[in-house]
Design a protein around this ligand. Structure first.
Ligand code: FES
Length: 184
């Protein structure tokens, strides 16, 4: 019985902390969203397109080192224009150290010419532990950091340290041209 009480206490404590961190993450998302939504509006995404579950994003509006968040099917999608340093870091990782082994190339989609735009990383910006929104350009691997329970993701969005079990998810998306993608 005492053991069960202890277990309950363990469950209760992170829940209170989660609320604080989730609130913080939501505040951060609003700030980034103010950048993302105008971009989406410029792209002419109609309300019925959003409702249908797909969205087009013009990558030419991003500059190196910039990240936007767009809402897709109720989830934030991160689109990051990675720097050469971030790409080099993502490519230099030994697969043996990854909890969820995946090459950086496997996490990208080819453009119509059949090549990878290595600079653009597109992924669902949700921590695979309990669903918080990780913070960009943070953590031990120059990628994303989830403050809820301390998960560190690298510049490819792969889990490297902490309780999250999997890499951040790559959504279904395709390149409509060299600079326009359709998510969903
Ligand atoms: S939700 Fe627990 S580490 Fe991200």
């Amino acid at each position: 019985m005492a053991q069960m009480q202890s277990h309950d206490d363990e469950q209760a404590e992170p829940t209170r902390r989660d609320f604080i961190y989730i609130a913080t993450a939501a505040t951060a998302a609003v700030g980034a969203g103010s950048l993302a939504w105008p971009l989406v509006a410029q792209m002419g995404a109609a309300a019925d397109t959003l409702a249908a579950g797909s969205i087009e994003i013009d990558l030419s509006k991003l500059s190196e080192g910039q990240q936007i968040k767009v809402l897709w099917r109720g989830k934030p999608v991160f689109v990051r224009y990675r720097t050469p340093k971030e790409i080099a870091e993502a490519d230099s990782v030994d697969m043996a150290v990854l909890p969820d082994p995946q090459t950086d190339d496997e996490r990208l989609r080819a453009n119509p010419g059949g090549t990878l735009n290595k600079q653009f990383l597109v992924m669902v910006g949700v921590c695979t532990h309990f669903g918080c929104i990780p913070v960009g350009e943070a953590g031990d691997f120059d990628g994303w950091y989830c403050p809820c329970h301390g998960s560190h993701y690298d510049t490819s969005g792969r889990i490297r340290k902490g309780p999250a079990p999997d890499n951040m998810v790559i959504p279904n998306y395709e390149y409509l041209s060299d600079t326009v993608i359709k998510v969903g």
